[in-house]
Design a binder for this molecule. Structure first.
Ligand SMILES: Cc1ncc(COP(=O)(O)O)c(C=O)c1O
Length: 412
């Protein structure tokens, strides 16, 4: 399914950043949504109105405004749980984002469950955010870290290796639902089922999938899932950790402070149950309301359509890039997500992004917070184009033109 252009034009009209005239009188071809997505008017307006007229701290005041703010904050939590199909046996916790969600579990769950000699299983393609907190946990505990390999040119995760490594019963398997570099989805439900068979706890880094495709936690069956609102049309500063209640209800808190305690005496403290136990201090209230608005906005458009649209543009971009002499696309032939990373023989990734910026095409260049993966692919860096609902076919053509221009400029 590809999106009819008329629908895409309506989607584009929801995003004020496209009102600005950029280089050559056209709006920017924004191809860096994998780093952070642009915000639709519906999200900006909801946050603005909430901050102006409905704002107060939550879970504290008995006055109307505070009670209203608390209702809005809790409604955003319910919206998030429904959007991700979390079900009543899971708890949805507001965090600052994916990075904080990983750290939360690496401390709260990791301290309670991981012991010397245990193995933590990751993959070679993980973002540093879903790698370094587990490595630090392993160091604290004297555990080992193993990595499921990716196949040649980063075309896929080696599933046979993953299943063999899971059969050795690591304590945890933490992996990305969608790579932020390689442009494929991992078969999360299959991997979680394999992990469950061996009693392995699973942590799904869904930073690149939530808001880009339908994500159904019940169907996937992961124990923990993390995501960030800012990659899904929502604001920065807020994200989610969704965890099985049975795993979270007996965990100690990872941060101490206001709102997460039931009783404090000079010599004793008892904690509230999750989610409050894991939300110490004043939470990102306006941002949580913005997250709810972003999920409403995306649900109204339909995640299937958003996914199909990004995928169609990414496939066109990848096919076009492959035809440019000296350009190699990493990852699979057939795109699985809207991400396309590539290397050009004669052009350093940073020069490429600098050159395309001159043509009004915003790309990301570098290691994408996945340095071990770059090492595995044998490249210092890649240039990445990532597509989302507000991109169109013209953005693809501008990308291909700009990259071809850079290749001939730097060859000369
Ligand atoms: C796969 C993946 N995991 C984790 C993160 C970290 O997300 P955040 O910076 O929002 O915490 C990112 C961000 O790029 C990502 O792409």
């Amino acid at each position: 399914m590809s999106t009819p252009y008329s629908e895409n034009a309506v989607w584009r009209s929801a995003f004020p950043f496209l009102d600005a005239q950029g280089k050559d009188g056209r709006p920017v071809a924004f191809l860096d949504s994998a780093a952070s997505a642009q915000k639709p008017r519906a999200v900006l307006d909801r946050m603005d109105s909430f901050a102006r007229h409905e704002y107060a701290n939550v879970h504290r005041g008995v006055y109307d405004l505070s009670e209203h703010a608390t209702v809005a904050y809790e409604a955003a939590r319910e919206r998030a749980a429904a959007f991700l199909r979390a079900g009543s046996d899971r708890v949805t916790i507001f965090t600052r984002g994916t990075t904080e969600s990983v750290n939360l579990v690496a401390y709260a769950w990791g301290e309670a469950h991981v012991q010397a000699g245990d193995t933590l299983l990751l993959t070679e393609m993980e973002h540093h955010s879903n790698m370094l907190p587990w490595r630090a946990l392993a160091e604290r505990k004297g555990a080992r870290v193993e990595y499921v390999p990716v196949t040649a040119n980063g075309a896929a995760l080696d599933l046979a290796a993953a299943e063999a490594m899971l059969a050795r019963k690591p304590k945890l398997f933490a992996f990305a639902h969608a790579s932020n570099v390689l442009g494929f989805l991992t078969p999360a439900a299959r991997l979680c089922a394999a992990a469950r068979k061996h009693g392995v706890t699973t942590f799904l880094d869904a930073a690149q999938s939530v808001g880009h495709l339908p994500v159904d936690i019940e169907a996937i069956g992961c124990d923990f899932l993390a995501c960030s609102a800012h990659k899904a049309c929502g604001p920065t500063g807020v994200g989610l950790l969704v965890g099985r209640l049975s795993l979270m209800e007996n965990l100690p808190p990872w941060q101490q402070g206001g709102s997460m305690v039931e009783k404090v005496r000079f010599d004793a403290v008892t904690y509230r149950p999750p989610p409050a136990r894991f939300e110490a201090g004043t939470p990102p209230i306006i941002e949580a309301v913005g997250l709810g608005a972003a999920f409403n906005f995306l649900s109204d458009l339909g995640l299937e359509a958003v996914e199909a649209h990004s995928l169609a543009l990414a496939q066109r971009a990848a096919d076009g890039l492959r035809k440019i002499p000296g350009v190699r696309v990493v990852g699979p032939e057939q795109r699985g997500t809207g991400v396309v990373s590539f290397v050009a023989e004669a052009v350093h990734a940073h020069d490429m992004a600098y050159f395309t910026n001159g043509k009004g095409v915003a790309l990301r260049a570098g290691h994408h917070c996945a340095q071990p993966l770059m090492h595995r692919l044998g490249v210092p860096a890649t240039t990445r184009a990532s597509f989302y609902l507000y991109n169109d076919e013209e953005d693809v053509l501008r990308l291909l033109d700009a990259v071809a221009g850079a290749v001939s400029f730097f060859k000369a």
